[in-house]
Design a protein around this ligand. Structure first.
Ligand code: NAG
Ligand code: NAG
Ligand code: NAG
Ligand code: NAG
Ligand code: NAG
Length: 425
């Protein structure tokens, strides 16, 4: 070969190299367009494990040999991951055997942050995309320009199913005996809000003979309503986020005592005096709601009381499939999301994204408890709402929200749904 040929080959390979890099990058954005990967914290508990970290991925066009790495600091090339997995299917989840630190909500603050654990997508051992376990305490206000002209019913909002049925340090024994079908969350309400939840599903039990009369409950009393109220106030004191506090269910004492509802409403009114936005109508835009300088929407699932008290809003329409299998849940949600695309209502709705154990299932413990059911359902929910129903989704309420990517996904699709040039910085 003469020098000229070598030179030509060299130039050609250089050009080829540049071209490849360019097209790779171009394909990379397409490739990750509707993908998602992130860190899930398992709600499962047993003698040896709790808060186990799982890596979730959903990337249709993954390449053979790609890897996902877990890190305890921001990943960089040459930093060795503490766990690594090679995805060999486009959608999956890998348990890592790593126990996540428990961070009480009081130790979190109101600035978005990554919490120790990071995940990176690696190709030829180079990082091509990353994510982390993070808080989202300010996402709504951060997106004010994008969301402000829209109504609650048009926005993709993360919710928690039975927000007051939480246990931050679960006991194995209690869980085995009676909490199996009671506990739905592993963060207190302040934690749920800081991680990005904006819709709270609140059920109230009235215990007139006890010292503490108002309880959050789910079959059994879980936490005093006062504790939940204080958490909501702490969050609202420190952010400019809008929160929906949806009082949805009442214990049998409400039927026995005709004054119970009025007492509860008085209690809520006094506690939330400086926070509750008087009823404006669900057709209002977020900017109009924000302009009242109070950021709490209290909904009440009894229409006659809404008419009497102007701090109460009509409740969110909860959409329950009441199903006992993943396939049935899929069919139900597919149906409601399809319908949502073609109907215009101002009242927000919440897809209740869980299976419902009926009494005979509970007695026979067919599901092994809500923690196990969540492990089955939430990865699918995350995928469906990222790939199929991202355009129609309104509120999506899940169990054990940290074992899902629903917050990341809601934020991503809100950007895509509404992003207008005037909001681009
Ligand atoms: C990028 O995508 C285009 C078409 O989608 C394809 O022809 C090309 O081979 C891809 N490049 C790489 C490096 O994968
Ligand atoms: C404990 O739960 C984890 C899942 O979180 C599982 O991998 C492990 O096998 C379980 N251990 C026992 C002793 O059941
Ligand atoms: C919030 O906590 C993180 C991590 O501890 C810290 O880096 C950040 O400065 C804190 N922000 C505020 C406003 O205190
Ligand atoms: C919220 O802020 C108000 C006014 O600054 C204060 O009086 C109240 O104690 C705070 N409440 C909570 C729960 O942080
Ligand atoms: C209906 C559906 O999509 N079910 C999927 C849920 O996720 C598991 C894997 O975790 C799949 O095997 C199911 O097909």
């Amino acid at each position: 070969m003469n020098r000229l040929t070598i030179f030509v080959i060299f130039i050609y390979s250089l050009a080829h190299h540049f071209f490849t890099v360019y097209s790779d990058e171009k394909n990379l954005t397409d490739e990750f367009e509707d993908s998602y990967f992130g860190i899930f914290i398992s709600p499962r508990i047993n003698m040896s494990t709790k808060r186990e970290i799982a890596l979730y991925w959903n990337l249709k066009k993954y390449h053979r040999g790609d890897k996902l790495g877990l890190y305890t600091e921001k990943p960089r090339d040459n930093l060795k991951p503490i766990f690594i997995v090679e995805p060999n299917v486009p959608f999956g989840l890998a348990k890592t055997g790593v126990e996540a630190d428990f961070i009480p909500s009081a130790k979190l603050n109101f600035t978005k942050q990554c919490l120790k654990y990071h995940v990176a997508w690696l190709r030829s051992n180079l990082i091509i995309k990353e994510n982390c376990l993070k808080t989202e305490p300010t996402w709504m206000a951060d997106m004010k320009c994008i969301l402000g002209n829209h109504k609650m019913s048009e926005i993709f909002l993360p919710g928690t199913h039975n927000s007051a049925a939480y246990e931050t340090s679960p006991s194995l024994i209690q869980d085995f005996f009676y909490n199996k079908y009671i506990i739905t969350q592993d963060e207190d309400v302040l934690g749920q809000l800081i991680y990005g939840t904006r819709y709270l599903d609140i059920r109230v039990c009235y215990r007139p003979k006890e010292k503490i009369k108002w309880w959050g409950c789910h079959g059994l009393d879980t936490v005093p309503l006062q504790t939940i109220i204080n958490d909501v106030k702490t969050f609202l004191n420190n952010t400019n986020e809008l929160v929906i506090f949806d009082v949805q269910e009442f214990s049998s004492e409400f039927n026995e005592d005709p004054t119970a509802h009025d007492r509860l409403i008085q209690f809520l009114q006094a506690e939330f005096e400086k926070y509750a936005i008087p009823y404006l109508g669900w057709y209002q835009t977020l900017n109009n709601i924000w302009s009242h300088k109070m950021n709490l929407i209290i909904c009440y699932d009894r229409f006659n009381f809404i008419l009497k008290h102007n701090i109460l809003w009509p409740s969110v329409r909860q959409q329950w499939g009441n199903v006992q299998s993943i396939d049935k849940l899929y069919q139900y949600l597919a149906k409601i999301e399809k319908k949502a695309l073609s109907s215009i209502t101002y009242q927000p709705r919440s897809a209740m994204a869980q299976m419902t154990p009926n009494p005979s299932y509970i007695v026979r413990n067919i599901f092994g408890g809500l923690r196990r059911m969540t492990e089955e359902v939430n990865p699918n929910i995350t995928r469906w709402y990222n790939n199929l129903w991202q355009h129609s989704a309104n509120i999506v309420s899940v169990d054990f929200i940290k074992y899902s990517g629903i917050v990341d996904i809601a934020l991503k699709w809100n950007y895509k749904r509404f992003n207008s040039k005037k909001c681009l910085r």
